[in-house]
Design a protein around this ligand. Structure first.
Ligand code: EPZ
Length: 421
Protein backbone atom coordinates (compact mmCIF):
# COMPACT_ATOMS: atom_id res chain seq x y z
CA UNK A 1 0.00 0.00 0.00
CA UNK A 2 1.44 3.36 -0.98
CA UNK A 3 -1.25 5.94 -0.12
CA UNK A 4 -4.18 6.24 2.26
CA UNK A 5 -7.28 8.30 1.34
CA UNK A 6 -9.48 9.66 4.15
CA UNK A 7 -12.74 11.61 3.95
CA UNK A 8 -12.62 13.05 7.45
CA UNK A 9 -14.86 15.06 9.75
CA UNK A 10 -17.19 12.21 10.72
CA UNK A 11 -17.47 11.05 14.35
CA UNK A 12 -16.22 7.52 15.05
CA UNK A 13 -18.62 4.78 16.02
CA UNK A 14 -17.90 1.06 16.46
CA UNK A 15 -15.49 -1.45 17.89
CA UNK A 16 -12.17 -2.95 16.80
CA UNK A 17 -9.82 -5.63 18.12
CA UNK A 18 -6.35 -4.30 18.95
CA UNK A 19 -3.51 -6.32 17.36
CA UNK A 20 -0.68 -7.96 19.31
CA UNK A 21 2.12 -5.65 20.42
CA UNK A 22 4.93 -5.01 17.89
CA UNK A 23 7.40 -3.88 20.55
CA UNK A 24 6.63 -6.90 22.72
CA UNK A 25 6.74 -9.56 19.98
CA UNK A 26 10.09 -8.50 18.45
CA UNK A 27 12.26 -9.22 21.54
CA UNK A 28 10.22 -12.39 22.22
CA UNK A 29 10.96 -13.63 18.68
CA UNK A 30 14.63 -12.80 19.24
CA UNK A 31 14.50 -14.83 22.49
CA UNK A 32 13.38 -17.97 20.59
CA UNK A 33 16.97 -18.17 19.27
CA UNK A 34 18.06 -19.16 22.79
CA UNK A 35 15.91 -22.29 22.66
CA UNK A 36 16.91 -25.56 20.95
CA UNK A 37 13.29 -26.39 20.27
CA UNK A 38 9.93 -24.97 19.22
CA UNK A 39 8.15 -21.94 20.67
CA UNK A 40 4.60 -20.97 19.74
CA UNK A 41 3.95 -17.23 19.81
CA UNK A 42 0.21 -16.47 19.87
CA UNK A 43 -1.46 -13.19 18.86
CA UNK A 44 1.56 -12.43 16.68
CA UNK A 45 0.76 -9.32 14.60
CA UNK A 46 1.30 -9.51 10.82
CA UNK A 47 3.60 -6.50 10.39
CA UNK A 48 6.53 -5.59 8.14
CA UNK A 49 8.82 -5.57 11.19
CA UNK A 50 7.67 -9.09 12.14
CA UNK A 51 8.31 -10.31 8.59
CA UNK A 52 11.78 -8.72 8.75
CA UNK A 53 12.46 -10.48 12.05
CA UNK A 54 11.19 -13.75 10.53
CA UNK A 55 13.69 -13.33 7.64
CA UNK A 56 16.51 -12.74 10.13
CA UNK A 57 15.53 -15.83 12.17
CA UNK A 58 15.42 -17.92 8.98
CA UNK A 59 18.89 -16.67 7.99
CA UNK A 60 20.12 -17.91 11.39
CA UNK A 61 18.81 -21.42 10.77
CA UNK A 62 15.35 -21.14 12.40
CA UNK A 63 12.23 -22.67 10.85
CA UNK A 64 9.23 -20.32 11.15
CA UNK A 65 5.67 -21.38 10.39
CA UNK A 66 2.47 -19.34 10.56
CA UNK A 67 -0.68 -21.04 11.86
CA UNK A 68 -3.40 -18.38 11.84
CA UNK A 69 -2.31 -15.71 14.34
CA UNK A 70 0.29 -18.06 15.82
CA UNK A 71 3.92 -18.01 14.70
CA UNK A 72 5.80 -21.24 15.48
CA UNK A 73 9.59 -20.94 15.64
CA UNK A 74 11.92 -23.95 15.78
CA UNK A 75 15.42 -22.72 16.56
CA UNK A 76 17.10 -26.14 16.77
CA UNK A 77 19.05 -25.34 13.61
CA UNK A 78 20.73 -22.18 14.90
CA UNK A 79 24.51 -22.57 14.89
CA UNK A 80 27.76 -20.67 14.59
CA UNK A 81 27.90 -21.00 10.81
CA UNK A 82 24.57 -19.23 10.53
CA UNK A 83 25.33 -16.71 13.26
CA UNK A 84 28.54 -15.67 11.49
CA UNK A 85 27.03 -15.91 8.05
CA UNK A 86 25.65 -12.43 8.42
CA UNK A 87 22.04 -11.50 8.16
CA UNK A 88 20.14 -10.31 5.11
CA UNK A 89 20.95 -6.62 4.80
CA UNK A 90 17.49 -5.53 3.74
CA UNK A 91 15.90 -7.13 6.80
CA UNK A 92 18.60 -5.95 9.21
CA UNK A 93 18.75 -2.42 7.86
CA UNK A 94 15.00 -2.26 7.43
CA UNK A 95 14.39 -2.65 11.09
CA UNK A 96 16.02 -1.21 14.17
CA UNK A 97 15.26 -4.26 16.27
CA UNK A 98 17.86 -6.46 14.53
CA UNK A 99 20.21 -5.30 17.31
CA UNK A 100 18.04 -7.24 19.75
CA UNK A 101 19.38 -10.48 18.22
CA UNK A 102 22.84 -9.65 19.57
CA UNK A 103 22.19 -10.74 23.17
CA UNK A 104 20.21 -13.84 22.17
CA UNK A 105 22.81 -15.05 19.65
CA UNK A 106 25.64 -14.55 22.12
CA UNK A 107 23.66 -16.61 24.61
CA UNK A 108 23.19 -19.38 22.05
CA UNK A 109 26.47 -19.47 20.06
CA UNK A 110 28.90 -17.13 21.86
CA UNK A 111 29.85 -15.44 18.60
CA UNK A 112 27.96 -13.26 16.10
CA UNK A 113 28.38 -10.76 13.29
CA UNK A 114 25.64 -8.16 13.08
CA UNK A 115 24.96 -5.15 10.88
CA UNK A 116 24.76 -1.78 12.53
CA UNK A 117 20.97 -1.46 12.81
CA UNK A 118 19.36 1.30 10.78
CA UNK A 119 19.05 4.58 12.57
CA UNK A 120 16.02 6.49 11.42
CA UNK A 121 14.64 9.96 10.99
CA UNK A 122 13.58 10.25 14.65
CA UNK A 123 17.15 9.99 15.87
CA UNK A 124 20.67 8.58 15.67
CA UNK A 125 19.60 5.46 17.59
CA UNK A 126 23.15 4.61 18.85
CA UNK A 127 23.88 1.24 20.45
CA UNK A 128 26.70 2.29 22.82
CA UNK A 129 24.69 1.38 25.92
CA UNK A 130 23.99 -2.11 24.51
CA UNK A 131 27.72 -2.64 23.86
CA UNK A 132 28.87 -1.39 27.29
CA UNK A 133 26.31 -3.60 29.04
CA UNK A 134 27.31 -6.74 27.09
CA UNK A 135 31.01 -6.05 27.71
CA UNK A 136 30.23 -6.35 31.44
CA UNK A 137 28.99 -9.90 30.70
CA UNK A 138 32.42 -10.83 29.28
CA UNK A 139 31.71 -10.02 25.61
CA UNK A 140 34.43 -8.60 23.34
CA UNK A 141 33.61 -6.46 20.32
CA UNK A 142 35.37 -5.65 17.10
CA UNK A 143 33.86 -2.84 15.06
CA UNK A 144 34.25 -3.47 11.32
CA UNK A 145 32.99 -1.44 8.36
CA UNK A 146 30.12 -3.92 7.93
CA UNK A 147 29.13 -3.68 11.56
CA UNK A 148 29.80 -5.45 14.82
CA UNK A 149 31.67 -8.70 15.49
CA UNK A 150 30.98 -9.89 19.04
CA UNK A 151 32.34 -12.95 20.83
CA UNK A 152 32.72 -14.51 24.27
CA UNK A 153 34.29 -17.69 25.57
CA UNK A 154 31.64 -17.74 28.31
CA UNK A 155 28.98 -15.26 29.34
CA UNK A 156 29.46 -14.42 33.01
CA UNK A 157 26.91 -12.72 35.27
CA UNK A 158 27.78 -9.16 36.31
CA UNK A 159 26.38 -5.93 37.73
CA UNK A 160 25.18 -3.60 34.94
CA UNK A 161 24.29 0.04 35.57
CA UNK A 162 22.43 1.51 32.59
CA UNK A 163 23.05 5.30 32.24
CA UNK A 164 19.70 5.66 30.39
CA UNK A 165 16.74 3.29 30.86
CA UNK A 166 17.14 2.07 27.28
CA UNK A 167 14.43 -0.46 26.37
CA UNK A 168 16.60 -2.25 23.82
CA UNK A 169 19.72 -2.31 26.00
CA UNK A 170 17.68 -3.70 28.92
CA UNK A 171 16.24 -6.41 26.66
CA UNK A 172 19.66 -7.29 25.19
CA UNK A 173 21.19 -7.55 28.67
CA UNK A 174 18.40 -9.89 29.81
CA UNK A 175 18.75 -12.06 26.69
CA UNK A 176 22.50 -12.42 27.19
CA UNK A 177 22.20 -13.05 30.95
CA UNK A 178 19.60 -15.84 31.09
CA UNK A 179 22.14 -18.57 30.10
CA UNK A 180 25.22 -16.84 31.57
CA UNK A 181 27.24 -18.34 34.44
CA UNK A 182 26.17 -16.74 37.72
CA UNK A 183 23.98 -13.81 38.65
CA UNK A 184 23.36 -10.58 36.70
CA UNK A 185 21.91 -7.45 38.28
CA UNK A 186 20.66 -4.75 35.89
CA UNK A 187 20.19 -1.37 37.58
CA UNK A 188 18.53 1.58 35.87
CA UNK A 189 16.58 -0.92 33.74
CA UNK A 190 13.73 0.20 31.47
CA UNK A 191 10.31 -0.48 33.04
CA UNK A 192 8.28 -0.63 29.79
CA UNK A 193 5.58 -3.36 29.58
CA UNK A 194 7.51 -4.89 26.67
CA UNK A 195 10.38 -5.66 29.08
CA UNK A 196 7.89 -7.34 31.43
CA UNK A 197 6.49 -9.44 28.56
CA UNK A 198 10.01 -10.55 27.58
CA UNK A 199 10.72 -11.58 31.20
CA UNK A 200 7.39 -13.47 31.33
CA UNK A 201 8.19 -15.35 28.11
CA UNK A 202 11.71 -16.26 29.24
CA UNK A 203 10.42 -17.38 32.67
CA UNK A 204 7.87 -19.60 30.88
CA UNK A 205 10.86 -21.14 29.07
CA UNK A 206 12.66 -21.84 32.37
CA UNK A 207 14.70 -18.67 32.98
CA UNK A 208 15.20 -17.37 36.51
CA UNK A 209 14.33 -13.63 36.43
CA UNK A 210 12.97 -11.34 39.15
CA UNK A 211 12.15 -7.62 39.05
CA UNK A 212 10.88 -7.32 35.47
CA UNK A 213 9.04 -3.97 35.26
CA UNK A 214 11.10 -2.44 38.06
CA UNK A 215 14.38 -0.56 37.58
CA UNK A 216 16.40 -3.43 39.10
CA UNK A 217 16.23 -6.81 37.38
CA UNK A 218 18.02 -9.88 38.77
CA UNK A 219 18.78 -12.84 36.51
CA UNK A 220 20.26 -16.13 37.71
CA UNK A 221 21.79 -17.98 34.75
CA UNK A 222 20.36 -21.43 34.01
CA UNK A 223 21.75 -24.30 31.95
CA UNK A 224 19.09 -24.52 29.28
CA UNK A 225 15.75 -23.11 28.16
CA UNK A 226 12.87 -25.03 26.59
CA UNK A 227 10.19 -23.84 24.18
CA UNK A 228 6.90 -22.40 25.44
CA UNK A 229 3.48 -21.44 24.10
CA UNK A 230 3.00 -17.74 24.87
CA UNK A 231 0.40 -15.06 24.06
CA UNK A 232 1.54 -11.54 23.15
CA UNK A 233 -0.54 -8.78 24.84
CA UNK A 234 -2.42 -6.12 22.87
CA UNK A 235 -0.42 -3.20 21.48
CA UNK A 236 -0.69 -0.20 23.83
CA UNK A 237 0.53 2.23 21.13
CA UNK A 238 -1.94 1.02 18.50
CA UNK A 239 -4.73 1.29 21.11
CA UNK A 240 -3.49 4.79 21.97
CA UNK A 241 -3.50 5.69 18.28
CA UNK A 242 -7.19 4.79 17.87
CA UNK A 243 -7.98 6.55 21.16
CA UNK A 244 -6.47 9.68 19.58
CA UNK A 245 -8.53 9.24 16.41
CA UNK A 246 -11.67 9.20 18.57
CA UNK A 247 -10.53 12.25 20.52
CA UNK A 248 -9.78 14.18 17.32
CA UNK A 249 -12.92 13.29 15.34
CA UNK A 250 -15.25 12.63 18.29
CA UNK A 251 -17.50 9.61 18.79
CA UNK A 252 -17.74 6.42 20.84
CA UNK A 253 -15.49 3.39 20.33
CA UNK A 254 -14.66 0.09 22.01
CA UNK A 255 -11.00 -0.97 21.66
CA UNK A 256 -11.12 -4.70 22.36
CA UNK A 257 -8.06 -6.31 24.02
CA UNK A 258 -6.51 -2.88 24.65
CA UNK A 259 -3.97 -3.40 27.51
CA UNK A 260 -5.61 -0.77 29.74
CA UNK A 261 -3.30 -1.46 32.69
CA UNK A 262 -0.32 -0.49 30.49
CA UNK A 263 -1.94 2.78 29.34
CA UNK A 264 -2.45 4.67 32.59
CA UNK A 265 -0.28 7.71 31.72
CA UNK A 266 -1.95 7.99 28.30
CA UNK A 267 -5.48 7.64 29.73
CA UNK A 268 -4.72 10.24 32.40
CA UNK A 269 -3.77 12.76 29.69
CA UNK A 270 -6.78 11.81 27.53
CA UNK A 271 -9.14 12.43 30.45
CA UNK A 272 -7.49 15.78 31.16
CA UNK A 273 -8.35 16.60 27.53
CA UNK A 274 -12.01 15.73 28.04
CA UNK A 275 -12.19 12.10 26.88
CA UNK A 276 -14.26 9.65 28.90
CA UNK A 277 -12.23 6.41 29.16
CA UNK A 278 -13.66 3.34 30.88
CA UNK A 279 -12.16 -0.11 31.34
CA UNK A 280 -14.73 -2.55 29.92
CA UNK A 281 -14.64 -6.35 30.17
CA UNK A 282 -13.48 -6.60 26.54
CA UNK A 283 -11.04 -3.68 26.62
CA UNK A 284 -11.24 0.14 26.59
CA UNK A 285 -14.41 2.14 25.98
CA UNK A 286 -13.85 5.75 24.84
CA UNK A 287 -16.36 8.60 24.43
CA UNK A 288 -15.58 12.09 23.12
CA UNK A 289 -18.46 14.48 22.39
CA UNK A 290 -16.86 17.86 22.87
CA UNK A 291 -13.91 19.67 21.32
CA UNK A 292 -10.74 18.49 23.16
CA UNK A 293 -9.41 20.60 26.03
CA UNK A 294 -5.74 21.54 25.81
CA UNK A 295 -2.93 20.94 28.31
CA UNK A 296 -0.43 23.45 29.60
CA UNK A 297 2.40 21.04 28.80
CA UNK A 298 2.86 17.49 27.51
CA UNK A 299 6.22 15.89 28.41
CA UNK A 300 7.47 12.50 27.17
CA UNK A 301 9.33 10.30 29.66
CA UNK A 302 10.43 6.67 30.11
CA UNK A 303 7.69 4.33 31.37
CA UNK A 304 5.59 4.71 33.47
CA UNK A 305 5.65 8.33 32.20
CA UNK A 306 3.91 9.56 29.04
CA UNK A 307 5.35 7.49 26.15
CA UNK A 308 7.30 9.09 23.30
CA UNK A 309 5.45 6.87 20.80
CA UNK A 310 2.22 8.66 21.73
CA UNK A 311 3.67 12.17 21.26
CA UNK A 312 2.88 12.60 17.54
CA UNK A 313 -0.66 11.14 17.80
CA UNK A 314 -1.47 13.49 20.69
CA UNK A 315 0.03 16.44 18.80
CA UNK A 316 -2.56 15.80 16.08
CA UNK A 317 -5.35 15.95 18.67
CA UNK A 318 -3.91 19.08 20.31
CA UNK A 319 -4.10 20.96 16.97
CA UNK A 320 -7.89 20.98 17.53
CA UNK A 321 -7.95 21.60 21.30
CA UNK A 322 -9.10 24.84 22.93
CA UNK A 323 -5.92 26.69 23.95
CA UNK A 324 -2.14 26.47 23.65
CA UNK A 325 0.11 23.58 24.68
CA UNK A 326 3.89 23.12 24.79
CA UNK A 327 5.07 19.62 23.90
CA UNK A 328 8.47 18.50 25.22
CA UNK A 329 10.04 15.43 23.58
CA UNK A 330 12.76 14.07 25.85
CA UNK A 331 13.47 10.62 24.43
CA UNK A 332 14.42 11.21 20.79
CA UNK A 333 16.12 14.19 19.20
CA UNK A 334 14.08 14.58 16.05
CA UNK A 335 10.48 13.48 16.48
CA UNK A 336 8.37 16.37 15.15
CA UNK A 337 8.19 15.41 11.45
CA UNK A 338 4.43 15.97 11.21
CA UNK A 339 4.62 19.73 11.99
CA UNK A 340 4.89 21.08 8.39
CA UNK A 341 2.06 18.81 7.25
CA UNK A 342 -0.20 19.76 10.13
CA UNK A 343 0.49 23.42 9.26
CA UNK A 344 -0.58 22.70 5.66
CA UNK A 345 -3.83 21.26 7.08
CA UNK A 346 -4.50 24.53 8.90
CA UNK A 347 -2.95 23.83 12.30
CA UNK A 348 -1.34 26.63 14.32
CA UNK A 349 1.78 24.73 15.35
CA UNK A 350 5.48 25.55 15.29
CA UNK A 351 8.63 23.81 16.39
CA UNK A 352 10.55 26.12 18.74
CA UNK A 353 13.66 23.89 19.12
CA UNK A 354 14.78 20.24 18.71
CA UNK A 355 12.78 19.17 21.75
CA UNK A 356 9.80 21.57 21.85
CA UNK A 357 6.71 22.36 19.83
CA UNK A 358 4.03 24.98 20.56
CA UNK A 359 0.50 24.23 19.36
CA UNK A 360 -2.61 26.47 19.60
CA UNK A 361 -5.81 24.65 18.77
CA UNK A 362 -7.98 25.71 15.80
CA UNK A 363 -11.68 25.02 15.18
CA UNK A 364 -11.01 22.72 12.26
CA UNK A 365 -8.39 21.24 9.97
CA UNK A 366 -8.83 20.85 6.21
CA UNK A 367 -7.73 17.87 4.12
CA UNK A 368 -4.38 17.99 2.29
CA UNK A 369 -1.86 15.64 0.67
CA UNK A 370 0.78 14.79 3.28
CA UNK A 371 3.67 12.29 3.66
CA UNK A 372 4.60 9.85 6.39
CA UNK A 373 8.32 10.07 7.22
CA UNK A 374 8.29 7.47 10.02
CA UNK A 375 5.94 5.09 11.76
CA UNK A 376 4.16 7.04 14.52
CA UNK A 377 4.25 10.33 12.64
CA UNK A 378 2.52 8.58 9.75
CA UNK A 379 -0.19 7.29 12.07
CA UNK A 380 -0.54 10.79 13.52
CA UNK A 381 -1.20 12.21 10.04
CA UNK A 382 -3.94 9.61 9.55
CA UNK A 383 -5.47 10.81 12.84
CA UNK A 384 -5.39 14.41 11.60
CA UNK A 385 -7.03 13.32 8.33
CA UNK A 386 -9.75 11.47 10.25
CA UNK A 387 -10.76 14.78 11.86
CA UNK A 388 -10.07 17.15 8.94
CA UNK A 389 -12.88 18.36 6.67
CA UNK A 390 -12.54 17.09 3.12
CA UNK A 391 -10.08 14.60 1.68
CA UNK A 392 -6.61 13.87 3.10
CA UNK A 393 -4.09 11.72 1.25
CA UNK A 394 -1.24 10.23 3.30
CA UNK A 395 1.70 8.99 1.19
CA UNK A 396 4.59 6.83 2.38
CA UNK A 397 2.38 4.24 4.03
CA UNK A 398 5.05 1.57 4.14
CA UNK A 399 6.29 3.32 7.27
CA UNK A 400 2.85 2.85 8.83
CA UNK A 401 2.71 -0.83 7.83
CA UNK A 402 5.80 -1.43 9.99
CA UNK A 403 3.67 -1.08 13.11
CA UNK A 404 -0.02 -1.32 12.11
CA UNK A 405 -1.40 -4.58 10.66
CA UNK A 406 -4.05 -2.67 8.70
CA UNK A 407 -4.84 0.85 9.91
CA UNK A 408 -7.46 1.31 7.13
CA UNK A 409 -9.32 -1.89 8.07
CA UNK A 410 -9.28 -0.95 11.77
CA UNK A 411 -10.45 2.64 11.30
CA UNK A 412 -13.16 1.53 8.83
CA UNK A 413 -14.49 -0.72 11.60
CA UNK A 414 -14.74 2.48 13.68
CA UNK A 415 -16.76 4.19 10.95
CA UNK A 416 -14.02 6.21 9.25
CA UNK A 417 -14.31 6.68 5.45
CA UNK A 418 -10.77 5.51 4.68
CA UNK A 419 -9.08 3.25 2.13
CA UNK A 420 -5.56 2.43 0.99
CA UNK A 421 -4.13 1.91 -2.55
C1 EPZ B 1 12.13 1.12 21.84
O1 EPZ B 1 13.17 1.62 21.02
C2 EPZ B 1 10.90 1.06 20.94
N1 EPZ B 1 11.15 0.16 19.82
C3 EPZ B 1 10.58 2.46 20.40
O2 EPZ B 1 9.38 2.36 19.63
C4 EPZ B 1 10.32 3.38 21.60
O3 EPZ B 1 10.07 4.69 21.12
C5 EPZ B 1 11.57 3.40 22.50
O4 EPZ B 1 11.86 2.04 22.92
C6 EPZ B 1 11.37 4.24 23.74
O5 EPZ B 1 10.28 3.77 24.46
C7 EPZ B 1 11.05 -1.18 20.03
O6 EPZ B 1 10.78 -1.64 21.12
C8 EPZ B 1 11.29 -2.06 18.84
P1 EPZ B 1 15.69 3.16 23.72
P2 EPZ B 1 14.72 1.57 21.55
O7 EPZ B 1 16.90 2.33 23.62
O8 EPZ B 1 14.93 0.37 22.38
C9 EPZ B 1 19.12 6.43 23.46
C10 EPZ B 1 8.03 2.60 17.71
O9 EPZ B 1 7.53 3.59 17.15
N2 EPZ B 1 20.08 5.30 23.39
O10 EPZ B 1 14.82 3.08 24.93
O11 EPZ B 1 15.59 1.78 20.37
C11 EPZ B 1 18.27 6.52 22.22
O12 EPZ B 1 18.94 7.23 21.20
C12 EPZ B 1 9.46 2.67 18.22
O13 EPZ B 1 7.43 1.52 17.91
C13 EPZ B 1 21.44 5.58 23.39
O14 EPZ B 1 21.86 6.73 23.46
O15 EPZ B 1 14.74 2.88 22.44
C14 EPZ B 1 17.05 7.25 22.71
O16 EPZ B 1 17.32 8.63 22.71
C15 EPZ B 1 10.12 4.02 17.93
N3 EPZ B 1 22.31 4.53 23.31
C16 EPZ B 1 16.91 6.76 24.15
O17 EPZ B 1 18.18 6.19 24.51
C17 EPZ B 1 21.88 3.23 23.25
O18 EPZ B 1 22.73 2.30 23.20
C18 EPZ B 1 15.84 5.70 24.35
O19 EPZ B 1 16.10 4.67 23.43
C19 EPZ B 1 20.49 2.98 23.23
C20 EPZ B 1 19.60 4.03 23.31
Amino acid sequence: MESIYIHGGVALQGQVRIQGSKNAVLPVLAATVLIEGTSIIENCPRLLDVYHMQALLKSLGCVCLWDGEKLKVNAAGVDLVHALGGMPQDAAKGMRSSIILLGALLGRTGEVRIEYPGGCVIGERPVDIHIEALKKLNVQFEETIQGLYAYTDRLRGAEIDLPVPSVGATENSILAAVLAEGITIIRGAAREPEVVTLCEFLSACGADITGGGSSTIIIKGVEKLSGAQFRIPGDRIVAGTYLCACMAAGGEVLLKEAPVEQMQAVLHVAEQMGACCQQAKEGLYVQMHERPLTLEKLVTQPYPGFPTDMQSPFLSVLTLAKGTCIIEENIFENRFHTVPYLQAMGAAVQQTDAHHVKVSGVEELHGFTVSAKELRGGAALVIAGTAAKGETVVDGCRFIERGYENICRDLRELGVRIYGV
